[in-house]
Structures are given as structure tokens and as C-alpha cells.
Design a protein. Sequence first.
Length: 163
Amino acid sequence: MAEDKHALIDSLARPIDALTLLSEVLNFDFGAKGMDEAFTAEELASATGLQGILDRVMQMSGLAQPTVRDFLQFSGRGTLRELPTFVGTPAKVADDLEAWFSSGACDGFVLAATHMPGAYEDFARLVIPELQRRDLFRREYPGTTLRETLGFKRPARDAWRAS
């Protein structure tokens, strides 16, 4: 079932979606170039966003000046997948997360929605309880606010004016 949902979501990605995401994450307007027009060295230098995407496209294409089409081809199948996607039953997803965390491959995770609405709800309703059963996700928070939970003191009123 999760695999079917994942395949459906992948099938919905269109090139314009990837160009929009690329424009956002690289801080460059991909709509300003033709699909087969090579980027100039100056344009590539002006792309100030996620350099890992730029580096990967250049490496995988073998080109010092790739085209927009090269970015579409080598930037994650139109969805900008930079890292593996964990798909499966709640137990399988928890297994994958636990394996990465326990092996030191990461010290936490940033979740990205694959679809809206429902992606975060699915994760919270299905995967979080499994992680909690394994004592890998907290059940309670020490504070009532994020500031308290992180251990930050509340600044004094108008403290910003002193600086």
C-alpha cells in the first residue's frame, strides 16, 4: 500500500514542478533559460543555493556547463530527492530510521512531505508510535514551549533594545 502511494506520488511530478523547486533551492530562475541552453560559468556561480545539487548535476552529466534538461535529469527524477526515501509499513520505515540513527549515519531527521494533505499525519499516526515503542522518540516534552524544551531562558522585556 505504501509502495503504491509512493509510485502514485512519483507519477504526479512534472518537469515544471522540478524547475520550480530547482529555482527555489538554487536561487536561480530556471524559467529564464531554454531546456537545452547551457549555463554560463557566471550563471552557475550565481546559483547560491544547495551546492550539492549543482555539484551532482555537473558530476553526473560530465559537463562543466550543464543545461536545464541536465538539471532535470540528474537532480532526483523531478522531485529533488537528495537522500533515500523510506517507504513501507510503519515498522519498516521505523527499521530504516533506526538503522541510520543507530549506525551514526545521522543524528536526526528532517521530514519532507511527499504530498499534501496527509503526509505528516500519516507519519505522526503510523510511524511515531512505532518509534516510541522502541524508545527512539520522546513521549513527553520537558517544557510547555519550544523555548523551555530547548532550555533557553526567556529574555527580559525590551532586552533587544540594549544591544
